[in-house]
Design a protein around this ligand. Structure first.
Ligand code: KG4
Ligand code: ZN
Length: 358
């Protein structure tokens, strides 16, 4: 008889390796914190057997940003098929899975609820542990998935549409937030500037593309907090500076170069972020830098950080693109590390939109 996802082979339940988180442990992971629905199967915490990502970018594009209600509904539609595809893609059934991990927060509450409710239901039916994972901690583990030279300790720059922070990753579950944005996240600044310039959503990739055609030294946009001696950044003033520059130029009847604006804006972000990351790495006394989150796709940031790390003798680890943006594989990797530390969540665990990293 062909096995379906829900077929229970005899004795499988009895043989389940509860509490035995050996190197082959199989974790089904779910990520629904924002606008990507993702399900993955991760083996032994580092090997991705499948990683299905359903992006909602087209749904939100016409509104120029994420609409939370639309995101939740789209997760409801996409999650169950994504889980099925993740299991089929790894040639497994539900009954092979040792634990279920899902993002508990931070994120949009309506989106988180969809993933957490489904994860807990599956865990209850299969009688396996449920592990609620911090989304930001998950991003840290994206670095360990593809690159077997990547190890803790490190300083990680988590840089996305929702977060911008520098974290001293001392070991598994041992983190110190060294600094972060005091206002807008870097990706948010990219998206807002792009929107003002009339570019498509999400704006980060558009600005990156245009900046390759422009002069990054054309306009001297501010580098806020660059020389403050701490590890915080601020992007709200930079966004306003771009808007003021364009409005003033238009009032004078001048023609502005959108490519130069994009390149100069991006260079300002890169300069500040690279300086702060290198300073944090030196202060933490480590030699490894992790770059993760959606803005890690930015060509200027990758290049600027690579050059700076090479100069200071630090190794730089950047996950492949599909692991930089939100994905369930990183949640599975982090969930496995938590299981190994005995950190499971009860079935009464509920999502927290503001869940802090530490
Ligand atoms: O990690 P992510 O997929 O979602 C979260 O925010 O958690 O990151 C999305 C963000 C968006 O703000 C997008 O504009 C930005 O990452 N982004 C980029 C690039 N690709 C994506 N920003 C700058 N340059 C890029 N190439
Ligand atoms: Zn994220």
């Amino acid at each position: 008889m062909p096995r379906t996802l829900w077929t229970t082979p005899e004795a499988v339940v009895l043989e389940r390796r509860i509490g035995d988180w050996d190197e082959d442990v199989l974790v089904l992971a779910i990520e629904t914190s924002c606008d990507e629905t993702s399900a993955a199967v991760v083996k032994g915490g580092r090997e991705i057997l499948s990683n299905v990502i359903v992006s909602q970018v087209d749904l939100h594009g016409e509104y120029g940003g994420i609409v939370p209600e639309i995101a939740s509904r789209a997760h409801v539609e996409a999650l169950t098929p994504a889980i099925g595809e993740a299991l089929r893609g790894s040639d497994l059934t539900f009954w092979d899975i040792d634990a279920i991990a899902a993002t508990l927060g931070p994120g949009l509450i309506g989106s988180l609820l969809v993933g957490v409710a489904e994860a807990k239901s599956i865990a209850a039916v299969l009688q396996v542990p449920f592990v609620g994972v911090n989304h930001l901690e998950g991003h840290l583990y994206s670095n360990l998935l593809d690159d077997h030279n990547a190890e803790f300790p490190a300083v990680a720059l988590i840089i996305s549409g929702g977060h911008t922070m520098l974290v001293h990753v001392k070991g598994h579950g041992n983190y110190e937030v060294m600094g972060g944005t005091i206002d807008d996240a870097a990706g948010e600044a990219f998206d807002k500037v792009a929107r003002f310039l009339g570019l498509d959503y999400p704006g980060g990739p558009e600005i990156d593309r245009l900046s390759l055609l422009g002069d990054p030294t054309a306009i001297g946009f501010p580098r806020a907090l660059m020389f403050e001696g701490d590890f915080d950044v601020s992007y709200s003033g930079l966004k306003t500076a771009v808007i003021n520059y364009v409005r003033r130029a238009e009032a004078r009847g001048e023609i502005v170069s959108i490519e130069d604006i994009a390149a100069s804006f991006q260079q300002a972000v890169v300069d500040v972020q690279v300086a702060k990351t290198i300073a944090a790495t030196k202060a933490a006394g480590v030699h490894r830098v992790f770059l993760c989150g959606g803005v890690a796709a930015n060509s200027g940031l990758r290049q600027g950080l690579a050059e700076a790390c090479q100069k200071d003798g630090f190794s730089l680890h950047v996950p492949p693109m599909e692991l930089c943006t939100d994905n369930a594989a990183m949640i599975g990797a982090c969930g496995t590390a938590m299981l190994r530390r005995g950190k499971t969540s009860g079935l009464n665990a509920s999502p927290d939109p503001n869940l802090p990293l530490v």
